[in-house]
Design a protein around this ligand. Structure first.
Ligand code: IPE
Ligand code: MG
Length: 251
């Protein structure tokens, strides 16, 4: 178990540390409601969500989780107001600039998954994501994946397109297109299937997140708005995960 500074109060007494999910997906939801409940702008909720995300990362480190994927901007989020989209674009790169070195010191590898070459994504975001990935490439305590301009269906469609290109180039036969091949053309190399997907805010939906990788994931829906989530809430979600019996289609 990793000792994480500032987490002395974390209660791990209910967790089985030998049965921690290898890959947790987080759907960060409820920032707007959190802000509106306080009479603040929605963007203040996103700003408050930063501390929750980094606390959850610390929780994952303390638990010894291998992979943590956070849904930070969806392909559907472009339909929000121009000012909110602009804020989220800036915020997504600002967080990386301010906190990359801290994650690097914790031996966290950073990855980015989504339609990163979308012309609507500012070049500066692309540069900062590429830098963060390069600087932390050799880290291996925890892999944090930022699902940014991400959609699960878009990811599957892109994998299918890549397979078609390989066929067209004569590098692949159609009968070689199977589940492991499509899986290998998606997401981040080496990323395992998700064991646990958490969506905060009490909404019970998967909303196009990790569709392929969530095939057998346990789903946990804590009734907590994202800015109130954090290390202890992540531990509690893992405790709930451990109470489930995973059958993988067997009797
Ligand atoms: C999630 O919170 C924010 C993003 C990752 C974009 P929301 O902005 O969806 O908050 P609610 O659902 O309106 O409360
Ligand atoms: Mg929402």
């Amino acid at each position: 178990m990793t000792e994480v500074a500032g987490l002395e109060d974390l209660d791990l007494s209910q967790v089985d540390l030998t049965n921690v999910p290898g890959h947790i997906g987080l759907i960060l939801d409820g920032n707007g409601r959190w802000a509106e409940a306080r009479g603040l702008e929605r963007t203040a909720g996103h700003a408050a969500g930063e501390a929750a995300l980094f606390s959850a990362i610390d929780g994952a480190l303390a638990l010894g989780v291998g992979w943590l994927t956070a849904f930070t901007f969806s392909t559907e989020n472009w339909s929000r107001s121009e000012s909110e989209v602009e804020f989220l674009m800036f915020f997504n790169r600002d967080i990386l600039e301010r906190r990359r070195d801290e994650l690097d010191e914790k031996n966290v590898a950073m990855h980015f998954m989504g339609l990163l070459d979308d012309p609507r994504v500012p070049d500066r975001n692309r540069e900062i994501m590429a830098d963060a990935e390069a600087v932390t490439a050799n880290n291996d305590t925890l892999h944090v994946v930022f699902a940014f301009n991400y959609g699960g269906r878009a990811d599957i469609a892109r994998a299918a397109r890549r397979a078609a290109e390989l066929v067209a180039e004569g590098q692949l036969r159609p009968d070689q297109i199977d589940e492991p091949l499509i899986g290998s053309l998606m997401g981040i190399p080496g990323m395992p299937d998700a064991d646990l997907i958490v969506r905060s805010s009490g909404e019970h939906r998967i909303s196009n997140f990790l569709l392929w990788q969530a095939a057998y994931a346990e789903l946990v829906f804590p009734n907590i708005l994202w800015p109130d989530y954090g290390a202890q809430a992540l531990v509690d979600s893992v405790v709930e995960y451990q109470s489930r019996v995973r059958r993988f289609g067997t009797a």
